[in-house]
Design a protein around this ligand. Structure first.
Ligand code: ZN
Length: 214
């Protein structure tokens, strides 16, 4: 086989899920495809995340494999809403222009912080920025941007920007109001999974929220 195919298939292998033996989740970082009794699933691991979610489901043609369940777990448990609130206050100062920020997680200490990014240009409907260099052991976990006076939603440009990465993306909108709107999703290499985030979470406080697949 062409060495390029060998490299590609090793980077994203396919695993047949056993029907009678225990399923063993992947232990290393990366992603793979699971062929199950009900279709095709995506499994991915990063230092900060483990994900198992269906891509295609079918039961018309019997497939002699086992089944798995949905799972999303974050190493840091919850996104600290104090950091989302910190970004909201920054976005309110910058309104009506858009702005960007990263929530960064340190795998050695467990600390999380908001990194403000160097902007190349910004306006009411766009922002271009330089990706920061993180310290060893630090990971981008939430990629935040604001929508100025507009509501929070993911635009076709956001979809294009978020394709091809594993991260949580968040939008903060209505930044001219006392209480902003928000939208969050897990980006999984082109798949977008909405994450719950309550409106009350932008009012500050120390608690976070539990990320859930919806
Ligand atoms: Zn946007």
């Amino acid at each position: 086989m062409d060495t390029r195919d060998i490299a590609l298939q090793q980077s994203a292998p396919v695993t047949l899920v056993p029907r009678y033996s225990a399923f063993e989740p992947m232990t290393g970082n990366g992603h793979r495809f699971l062929v199950t009794g009900d279709g095709l699933w995506l499994e991915a691991r990063r230092p900060w995340m483990y994900l198992r979610t269906p891509l295609v489901r079918q039961r018309n043609v019997p497939m002699p494999y086992g089944v798995v369940t949905r799972e999303l777990s974050l190493a840091f448990g919850k996104i600290p809403r104090r950091l989302v609130f910190e970004f909201f206050r920054y976005a309110a100062e910058r309104c009506p222009d858009e702005c960007v920020g990263w929530i960064v997680w340190n795998e050695r200490t467990g600390d999380m912080r908001l990194e403000r990014l160097e902007e190349l240009s910004t306006g009411c409907s766009h922002v271009r920025y330089t990706r920061p260099t993180l310290d060893e052991g630090e990971h981008l976990v939430v990629d935040l941007h604001s929508h100025g006076r507009l509501s929070a939603f993911f635009s076709p440009d956001d979809d294009s920007d978020d394709r091809g990465e594993f991260k949580i993306a968040g939008v903060v909108g209505n930044c001219d109001k006392a209480c902003c709107s928000t939208a969050f999703r897990l980006c999984a290499n082109g798949l977008f999974l909405p994450l719950a985030f309550g409106a009350e979470d932008t009012k500050g406080g120390d608690d976070g929220y539990t990320s859930t697949l919806s």
